[in-house]
Ligand binder design. Structure first.
Ligand SMILES: [Zn+2]
Length: 316
C-alpha cells in the first residue's frame, strides 16, 4: 500500500474529518436522512449547546448529523479515527486485524473489532451490477475454509477428520478483468449454486469452471461453458482457466491465515465482503488506495450495523 499521508488533518482533526465525510456523502450539500429534503430546506444549527455538525430540516422539523443512517451512527468514536480505520482496511491487501487496529487507533480491542466489522459492512455490495455479458468470461470456483474438526477414533485417539464435509464452503465468482463476489454457502448442490450464480452473472457470458459435475447443468444455461480438468492435471487450455478466481482465493486465504486467525462462522460473509471489495476496486482497474478508501466511505451510507446484529458476545 502507498504510505498514508498522516499529516492530512482528516486523520487528526475532528472538524476536518467531519467535513471530509460530508463532502463524500453529500457532494451536493446535506440531505436530510429522515425525509430526503435538500438545499433550502436545510440549515446548519449553530449554538454552543449542539456542537458542530448538526443540521436542521425545515421540512420534517428534525435535526441530524452526517453520522445518521450510516455505520457510524451510535458510535462514540471520533470520525477522524473512523477515517484512519477506513484507510487502513481499504489499503491493506491481506486485511488489518482488530489487534493492529486497536493499537493504531488507541482504542479497546472490542471497539476496534466492532469498527472493523462495520467497515466490512460498508464495503459490502449487496446488490451488485451483474457480472459478465457478451464476450466476457466469468470464472466460478469453490473453496473450503476453517480447521478440520478432529474426531476421536477408538484405539487410535484423536484423528484429523478427512474430507471437506465439516468445513465452511465458499463460492466465488470473478469476472475476468473485473470484479469478484463471494458467498458462504451451506452446501455445493446445483440448487444452491444456481441461487448464487444466476442472479449475478448475465447468461450471455462464457462460464469457466473446473470439471465438477455440479457446474455441468448450470453451464448449459450460459452462452458458453468451458471447463478445465483439474483432476487430470489440466489447469489451462488456451483461454480456458480458473486461474483468476484461484488467485482471488489465494489472497483471501493468506489474509485469513496471516491476519484474521479466528473468524466465527457467523462473521465469515463479512470478511468475504472485505476481500471482494478490495479485489473489485484494485489498482489494475484504475482504483488507487485513496479512491478505494473513498468508495468504502460512500458505502457506509444506509448500512447501520448494531451490536445485536454483530452478536458481539460470540466474537472470536
Ligand atoms: Zn427532513
Amino acid at each position: 500500500m502507498t504510505p498514508i499521508e498522516l499529516s492530512n488533518p482528516v486523520y487528526s482533526d475532528e472538524d476536518a474529518a467531519r467535513t471530509h465525510i460530508e463532502s463524500i456523502r453529500w457532494p451536493n450539500g446535506p440531505v436530510c436522512p429522515h425525509c430526503g429534503v435538500i438545499n433550502d430546506g436545510i440549515r446548519p444549527l449553530g449554538g454552543k449547546s449542539m456542537g458542530p455538525g448538526w443540521y436542521y430540516c425545515s421540512s420534517c422539523k428534525d435535526k441530524f448529523t452526517v453520522r445518521m443512517g450510516t455505520v457510524y451512527e451510535r458510535s462514540h468514536l471520533p470520525l477522524h479515527k473512523w477515517l484512519l480505520a477506513f484507510r487502513l482496511m481499504a489499503s491493506s491487501k491481506k486485511g488489518f486485524s482488530a489487534h493492529q487496529l486497536s493499537r493504531t487507533l488507541n482504542v479497546t480491542y472490542k471497539t476496534a473489532w466492532f469498527v472493523a466489522h462495520r467497515i466490512r459492512e460498508a464495503m459490502a455490495d449487496h446488490d451488485p451490477e451483474p457480472f459478465g455479458g457478451k464476450d466476457k468470461v466469468v470464472e466460478v470456483d469453490e473453496t473450503f475454509q476453517g480447521p478440520a474438526d478432529d474426531i476421536f477414533v477408538n484405539g487410535k485417539g484423536w484423528q484429523k477428520k478427512r474430507g471437506t464435509a465439516s468445513k465452511r464452503k465458499i463460492v466465488s465468482l470473478v469476472e475476468r478483468g473485473g470484479r469478484a463476489k463471494s458467498v458462504k454457502v451451506e452446501d455445493l448442490t446445483v440448487k444452491t449454486l444456481k441461487k448464487v450464480i444466476f442472479p449475478t452473472v448475465v447468461l450471455d457470458s462464457t462460464l469457466n469452471t473446473d470439471e465438477a459435475q455440479h457446474y455441468k447443468e448450470i453451464g448449459r444455461e450460459f452462452t458458453k461453458h468451458e471447463s478445465v480438468n483439474h483432476s487430470q492435471g489440466e489447469y489451462a487450455r488456451g483461454e480456458t482457466c480458473t486461474n483468476h478466481v484461484e488467485g482471488f482465493f489465494s489472497i483471501f486465504k493468506r489474509g485469513m491465515v496471516g491476519v484474521y486467525q479466528h473468524c466465527g462462522e457467523q462473521h465469515l460473509q463479512r470478511y468475504l465482503h472485505e476481500f471482494d471489495f478490495r479485489y473489485s476496486n484494485r489498482i489494475k482497474l484504475g482504483c488507487d488506495d485513496s479512491e478505494r478508501t473513498t468508495r468504502a466511505i460512500k458505502g457506509a451510507d444506509g448500512k447501520r450495523l448494531t451490536y445485536r446484529r454483530l452478536n458481539i458476545g460470540e466474537a472470536a
